[in-house]
Design a protein around this ligand. Structure first.
Ligand SMILES: Nc1ncnc2c1ncn2[C@@H]1O[C@H](COP(=O)(O)OP(=O)(O)OP(=O)(O)O)[C@@H](O)[C@H]1O
Ligand SMILES: [Mg+2]
Length: 494
C-alpha cells in the first residue's frame, strides 16, 4: 500500500508492542498493524510485556487496561521507566472513559475506545508514531551534537590505561578493523567511540548495532537493509546500518552474539566493502570502518563452532584489551570523582567529595561489574546522600550476602558469599569456603545458579542477564537447551 494514512514512510522500522489478554483482540491487532508495515510483538500480560519490552524496545505500545495480573495503567508507568522513548496508547472498553483520561494524565499519548474499526486504529497509531519519530530524531540530533562537540572522556591515569589510550590514539588514525575485548562494563564502547572520534572519520557517522538486541531473523535487514517487497511487511525500502555508516565507523557491539547464518554475509561485506540489501539485486558499495566489541571469549566460541574462524581473524586485525577495573585499582578514586561530578550535576546537587574511608572501601572491592558497577554505585550514593561528603555508609553494595555494616569484601569472599547465599541447593558456609560447595559438575552448578537468579528476578531474563553479567541471548539459549534436554529425558522415560 502507498498507505491511505501515509503510515509507510513513518513506520518502515517502527516496533509496536501489543498487550491484551484477549487472544482474538491480539490477533486482530497483530494482523492490522503488520499490514501497516509495522513490526509487532503481542503479549497476553503486563508481566510478559515488561519482560519483552527490554529486548524488543518498542516505539509504541498498545495497552489494554484490564489484564489478568498487573493492569494496563500500572504497566504504562513501568514502561515509561523501562523504555523511556516508547509512546503508549491505552485501549479501554466503552464507559470507562475516566480511565482513559487518567492514562492520558499519566503520559499516554492517546486512547482507543473498544470496539474500534481498523481505520480508527490506523489514524491513532500513525499520529503516535509521528510523535515518536520526531522525539527519536530530536534525540539523535542532540546526541550527535554532543558527540561532535566532545571527545569521549576516558578517565584513567594507571599505567595500563595510559598505555591503552596511546594505543587507541595510534590505531584511531589507521583504517584497520579493531576488536575491543574485555569484561562487561570495562569501557569497551567508550574505547570504540574514541577510535572513531580520534581518527580521520570523526566527521562521519558513528553507527552502532547491538548484535544481541535483535531476535534472530531481524538482524540481516538491520545490518544490510531491505528492498521494497523483500518479504511480507517490507512495504518500503530500508537502509541498513552498513549504509548509514558510510564514510564513518560501524560498531558491531557484542559481536559474539551475531547469528551464525549471517556471519558469512558479514565477512563478505567487510572484505569486499560491498553488499546486497535483503531482496536487492544491486550491489551497494560502502566505505565503512569496522569496530567490534566482545565480552565473551571468541576463541572458545570458534572452538565450539558458534563463531566462524575466518570472521574472527578478519575482525581481530588489531585486538585491543580493556583491563578489568580490579587490575587498575589506581583509577578507582579518579573514576569515582568523575562519576560524582557527572551524577551530582545531573541531580542538581553539590558535594565536597568522597570520604577517605569510602575511597578505601571502593579500592578494596573487586568490581565484577567493572566501571559500570562503580558508576552505578556512585549514582546511587549521590541520590541518597543528604550530606556534603559521600561516606562509606552511602555506598550500597549490590550483593545480598554482605554483612550488615555493608563492608565491601574481597573479591573471592564476595563471589563465594554470593553464590552460597542465594541458592538453597548450595549450602551456606561461614568463611565463604568454597570447599563446602556441593560436589556437582560445573555445568550443573551453572544451571542451578542461573535458575536461582531467574527465580529471584521473577522470571525476568533481561534483569537476570544483567545481574550475571552475561548476555540475555545466552540465557535464552541455555533455557531452551535445558528444556530440550528435559523433554528428551521425559521422552526416554515414557
Ligand atoms: N575509563 C572510563 N572513564 C570514564 N567513564 C568510563 C570509563 N570506562 C567506562 N566508563 C563508563 O562506564 C560505563 C560502561 O562503559 P561501556 O558501556 O563502554 O562498557 P562496555 O565494556 O561496553 O560494557 P558491556 O560489555 O556491558 O557492553 C559507561 O557509562 C562509560 O561511560
Ligand atoms: Mg558495551
Amino acid at each position: 500500500m502507498e498507505s491511505g494514512v501515509g503510515i509507510e514512510r513513518l513506520a518502515t522500522r517502527a516496533r509496536v508492542l501489543v498487550v491484551d489478554d484477549d487472544g482474538l483482540m491480539r490477533s486482530f491487532l497483530e494482523q492490522a498493524l503488520t499490514r501497516m508495515g509495522l513490526t509487532v510483538q503481542a503479549e497476553p500480560s503486563a508481566e510478559a510485556a515488561l519482560e519483552a519490552a527490554g529486548v524488543f524496545e518498542p516505539d509504541l505500545a498498545l495497552l489494554d487496561v484490564r489484564l489478568g495480573g498487573m493492569d494496563g495503567i500500572t504497566l504504562l508507568g513501568r514502561l515509561a521507566t523501562a523504555v523511556p522513548d516508547c509512546n503508549c496508547i491505552v485501549m479501554t472498553a466503552h464507559g470507562t472513559i475516566e480511565i482513559a483520561i487518567q492514562a492520558m494524565k499519566m503520559g499516554a499519548s492517546d486512547f482507543l475506545v473498544k470496539p474500534f474499526a481498523v481505520d480508527a486504529l490506523e489514524v491513532v497509531v500513525e499520529k503516535a508514531l509521528g510523535v515518536a519519530r520526531l522525539k527519536r530524531e530530536n534525540k539523535r540530533l542532540r546526541a550527535r551534537l554532543r558527540r561532535r562537540s566532545s571527545a569521549p572522556c576516558i578517565v584513567g591515569k594507571s599505567r595500563v590505561m595510559l598505555q591503552l589510550q596511546d594505543l587507541v590514539r595510534t590505531v584511531a588514525r589507521s583504517p584497520a578493523t579493531v576488536l575491543v575485548e574485555g569484561e562487561s562494563g570495562t569501557g569497551k564502547e567508550l574505547i570504540a567511540q574514541a577510535l572513531h572520534v580520534w581518527g580521520p572519520r570523526k566527521k562521519g557517522p558513528f553507527v552502532k548495532v547491538n548484535c544481541a538486541a535483535l531476535p534472530d531473523g531481524l538482524m540481516e535487514s538491520e545490518l544490510f537493509g531491505h528492498d521494497r517487497g523483500a518479504f511480507t511487511g517490507a512495504t518500503g525500502m530500508l537502509r541498513g546500518k552498513f549504509e548509514l555508516a558510510d564514510g564513518g565507523s560501524l560498531l558491531l557491539d557484542e559481536i559474539s552474539e551475531m547469528e551464525f547464518v549471517l556471519q558469512p554475509k558479514l565477512l563478505r561485506s567487510i572484505q569486499e566493502k560491498e553488499f546486497y540489501r535483503v531482496g536487492g539485486s544491486q550491489p551497494i558499495q560502502v566505505d565503512v570502518r569496522i569496530l567490534a566489541t566482545t565480552n565473551a571469549d571468541l576463541v572458545s566460541r570458534v572452538r565450539d563452532g558458534m563463531f566462524r574462524e575466518d570472521l574472527y581473524y578478519r575482525l581481530r586485525v588489531v585486538p585491543i584489551q580493556v583491563p578489568a577495573l580490579r587490575d587498575r585499582r589506581d583509577d578507582i578514586p579518579l573514576l569515582a570523582q568523575h562519576f560524582l561530578q557527572t551524577a551530582s550535576a545531573e541531580n542538581g546537587k553539590v558535594f565536597e567529595g568522597i570520604h577517605k574511608e569510602a575511597i578505601a572501601r571502593l579500592m578494596d572491592y573487586d568490581w565484577p561489574g567493572n566501571v559500570r558497577e562503580l558508576e552505578n554505585m556512585i549514582q546511587r550514593a549521590v541520590v541518597i546522600c543528604p550530606e556534603a561528603v559521600i561516606g562509606h555508609e552511602h555506598l550500597l553494595w549490590d550483593t545480598p550476602a554482605l554483612p550488615a555494616d555493608r563492608q565491601a569484601p574481597k573479591h573471592q569472599a564476595f563471589a563465594a558469599g554470593r553464590t552460597l547465599a542465594v541458592h538453597p541447593a548450595l549450602p551456606r558456609t561461614d568463611g565463604g569456603a568454597l570447599s563446602a560447595l556441593p560436589d556437582l559438575p560445573l555445568r550443573e552448578l551453572e544451571r542451578l545458579w542461573i535458575l536461582r537468579i531467574l527465580e529471584e528476578e521473577g522470571g525476568n531474563k533481561s534483569r537476570t542477564a544483567r545481574r550475571l553479567g552475561i548476555n540475555v541471548r545466552t540465557i535464552r539459549n541455555k533455557l531452551r537447551e535445558w528444556e530440550d534436554a528435559s523433554h528428551a529425558r521425559a521422552g526416554a522415560l515414557s
